[in-house]
Design a protein around this ligand. Structure first.
Ligand SMILES: [Zn+2]
Length: 175
């Protein structure tokens, strides 16, 4: 079953299912790997929708759903494939690059849809370019390349419940 996530923010966010308030019904402790090579311990809160009772898992903003390394590590590797200092093995690095390339068009679709729904008028008009672009260049046109760019993708997509598990991204054959 698909897990439902939320990214913890400064303010309270409404439940993705009903747009209503949510109550904390429990927490779980987890660990993730960070840039220093150490492990970080964090809590995942389980929140119940006050309207329908559906359960959502609230993640800290330094995480990416389903990933065992923190967001900073993944972002560093995707931004600097050959010069990063992240202590992850080759197969992990390869999987991140593969995941990024396969899912970037889906993310762009989600972000554009969010921008349209929230009536933002800064959507680049020429998202399809004649010259081939890397995944990083493509997504950079929407979220920029300043630090925490990956968070600017993860947070809005997760919070409206459109984040895909990697496997489902492959099955849907996007891009
Ligand atoms: Zn609900």
């Amino acid at each position: 079953m698909k897990q439902e996530f939320l990214i913890r923010g400064a303010g309270r966010i409404p439940s993705p299912c009903c747009g209503e308030s949510m109550s904390v019904i429990g927490t779980r402790t987890r660990k993730c790997k960070e840039r220093s090579g150490g492990k970080r311990v964090y809590d995942i809160r389980r929140l119940g929708c006050d309207s329908c009772g559906r359960i959502h898992h609230e993640l800290p903003d330094f995480l990416v759903p389903y990933k065992r390394y923190d967001r900073e590590c993944i972002e560093m590797v995707l931004s600097n494939p050959t010069t990063h200092d992240i202590p992850a093995d080759e197969s992990t690095l390869f999987r991140w690059a593969d995941w990024f390339n396969s899912i970037v068009d889906y993310w762009i679709g989600c972000l554009v849809s969010i921008m349209l729904q929230t009536k933002q008028d800064n959507i680049p008009l020429d998202l399809t370019s004649a010259t081939p672009m890397t995944a990083l260049q493509k997504i950079g046109r929407l979220v920029g390349d300043a630090p925490r760019w990956l968070e600017r993708i993860v947070r809005p997509i997760v919070n409206i419940n459109l984040w895909l598990h990697t496997r489902s991204a492959f099955l849907s054959e996007r891009g």
